[in-house]
Design a binder for this molecule. Sequence first.
Ligand code: SF4
Length: 300
Amino acid sequence: MDIIKLNPQGFCKGVIKAINIINKAIDDENIKRPIYMLGNIVHNRNVVQAFRNKGIIILEGKPRLDMLNEINEGTVIFTAHGVSDAVKERAIKKGLNIIDATCRDVNHVHDIIKSKLQEGYDILFYGKPNHPETEGVVGLSDRITIVDENTDFNQIKNKSKILLTCQTTMSYLDVVSFYQQIKARFPQVELLGEVCNATRTRQAAILENKDNLDLIIVVGDPLSNNSKMLQQVAEKKANIKALLVEDINGLKDVDLSLYNRIGITAGASTPDAIVEEIINNLKNNNNDFVSKLKFEDYIR
Ligand code: SF4
């Protein structure tokens, strides 16, 4: 069995920036305590738990404005997915110390949308409805509508200026095909596809290697949109069976002897240590699919 590591891999620049910012805050005694995080810093359970172990209080499961109601003192961290202006203003009003770990690519999408709104455009945002990045974008204006393949186009107001843009972690091929669909109905629609480079290059690597592979293992958290998109690109665009596993434990019940050439890719928030453990086990024919990693391995 050949194991082929598809590149690029490792944390993307946005995740690296977020992890560095938070590690710095943890080490700085002058940063106001307690330190809260509005949601998961990145969509990787292991990374999040590693920060919990270092004393960060992570709020989950509700809109960011509601999470802020639970914080009355200390420091609040905005995650790599970005927040709306309303969240920033509420945090300032509450007198909280703010640490903004928003990825530069997400900030870029916010800037584009704000400038197009000022020019009179209505915005269609191709993204996952319950994702924090979408929440941050949609909170910018009530002239932004979330759209996807299930949207009833009759509900879209037919304005003279319409911009279609997208969540940074979507499949870039899906963005183009969705644009073509919507353009047939609204010819005036303009596209600014904002799939980030980290997401795009990982998807492209699957398509480039598709003829050489009979299985792809995507290593990533089931909540990570860019990881889910890698699985989708492999299955729907490259026609290769793809497994999404969080770590080596996810391979326990898989009969890998059915495959000759296995490609390994990973989401932009998947720690290298997890991928390396999988590759080493498979290359050494070690069928003991139990992870030996410790939390500190994930954010070192
Ligand atoms: Fe930024 Fe892209 Fe990484 Fe998200 S996946 S943090 S948008 S670089």
